[in-house]
Design a protein around this ligand. Structure first.
Ligand SMILES: Nc1ncnc2c1ncn2[C@@H]1O[C@H](COP(=O)(O)OP(=O)(O)OP(=O)(O)O)[C@@H](O)[C@H]1O
Ligand SMILES: [Mg+2]
Length: 382
């Protein structure tokens, strides 16, 4: 697929900007702080409703305004589709696909993108939540219904935790018994939605693990890399190998664990069982990357994860085509082997959007449409 056109109103540093992208490689060039990443972020946002830089929407709205609008036309196969988002301060955002209002689940992944950015180093060195976010984003891109599975699960964890906290602070036996019977309803929901999410993540891991190894071999020949799911919330299941690959069986397992950890949950007032506690183990050679990888190896690993996601999505459905590859400020950080490996993928992608402070950072073999970015404006450069 290809982004044909992007129009921003009061998005980040742009009061009003329009860009017509070319097929193939597009490079946005300009000095630090002019607004290159803001463009890449806008394309990523209409794809996933997530920014690769911030968790909240507010910074996306141009300072002093209360609404940002991002419009994009993209092509998928023979079809042209318009996406529009109004990001509203203090109110729900409004989403439209080709003029019709839609819910988030029907908006996400209309346009598919894979973003690789310096922030991705946290996939290797950061908290488990960064790695869970990676998995869940790819999961949603691959099967958008997981957007609501994840939202339902997050809601259950939040409400169940609130209840546990109130039980932890309750003294009277009768009010405690009342709260505990309400808890059993939340237990059922935690197990049901948790099993769906866990099942999705395990299926994804199964599909992506070979691709991660291949991609790592491609970007950093000589050492092998691996990825495995770390189910943290089961007392006697240390690795994913011992987990059933069946949603019903996972739900039963979660139920058992919830019963087993009941007193711990009461004492701490926290939901300790469920996939919100899990992690992903990344290895380079035999060693866990988080504790052992060098700076360069972290870059290779992060790149391999994104390239694996790209590879997975491009092979999903031939009629959809490749996701748009977005490379935000990454070439300057890579050595020549990794630059070449990434350039090779960028060249074969249907469309790539690259940001760089100077044009020389981008490998010369990438014959690209250049855009010169100056504060508040983007102009065609060649
Ligand atoms: N909500 C906002 N309102 C106004 N300006 C904003 C907003 N969010 C970000 N900016 C401005 O946008 C600029 C940063 O833009 P961006 O991150 O796209 O720069 P860049 O060209 O990618 O720079 P670099 O080369 O350093 O990565 C900053 O000057 C920042 O102050
Ligand atoms: Mg930038």
């Amino acid at each position: 697929m290809q982004v044909l056109h992007l129009e921003l109103t009061n998005f980040r540093s742009y009061e009003a900007a329009e860009i017509t992208f070319a097929p193939g490689v597009n490079v946005l060039v300009g000095p630090n702080g002019v607004g290159k990443t803001n463009i890449a972020e806008a394309v990523g946002y209409v794809s996933t409703l997530n920014s690769h830089r911030v968790a909240a929407d507010l910074p996306l709205i141009r300072q002093g305004n209360d609404q940002a609008i991002v419009r994009s036309t993209f092509s998928r196969g023979q079809r042209e589709i318009q996406l529009e988002i109004a990001i509203n301060q203090g109110r729900a955002n409004r989403l439209q696909v080709s003029g019709s209002p839609v819910r988030a689940t029907d908006f996400i992944s209309q346009l598919q993108t894979v973003v690789f950015a310096p922030e991705d180093l946290s996939l290797v060195k950061g908290d488990p939540s960064d790695r869970r976010k990676f998995l869940d984003e790819v999961l949603v891109a691959r099967a958008p219904r997981y957007h609501s599975v994840k939202a339902d699960y997050d809601r259950v964890v939040k409400q169940r935790t609130t209840l546990l906290r109130s039980i932890a602070g309750t003294r009277g036996a009768s009010s405690r018994a009342g709260a505990e019977s309400t808890l059993s309803v939340w237990d059922d929901q935690l197990a049901a939605h948790g099993a769906s999410l866990l099942f999705g993540r395990l299926s994804l891991l199964n599909e992506i693990s070979g691709l991660v190894s291949q991609a790592y071999e491609h970007v950093a020949p000589g050492k092998s890399a691996g990825i495995a799911y770390l189910p943290r919330s089961f007392s006697d299941i240390p690795s994913e190998d011992s987990l059933p690959r069946n949603r019903q069986a996972l739900e039963e397992l979660l139920h058992k664990e919830i019963a087993l950890r009941r007193s711990e949950e009461f004492a701490r007032g926290v939901t300790v069982v469920g996939p919100h506690r899990d992690d992903v183990l990344l290895t380079i050679g035999e060693l866990p990357a988080k504790a052992y990888a060098s700076h360069g190896e972290c870059w290779s690993m992060a790149l391999a994860l994104r390239l694996a996601a790209f590879e997975l999505m491009r092979t999903l459905d031939d009629s959809v085509g490749d996701p748009v590859l977005i490379l935000d400020d990454v070439f300057a950080e890579l050595d020549s082997t990794r630059r070449k490996a990434l350039a090779q993928v960028a060249m074969t992608a249907e469309q790539t959007i690259i940001t760089a402070a100077v044009a020389e950072d981008v490998p010369a073999e990438l014959a690209a449409q250049q855009f010169v970015v100056t504060p508040g404006q983007v102009a065609r450069g060649n």
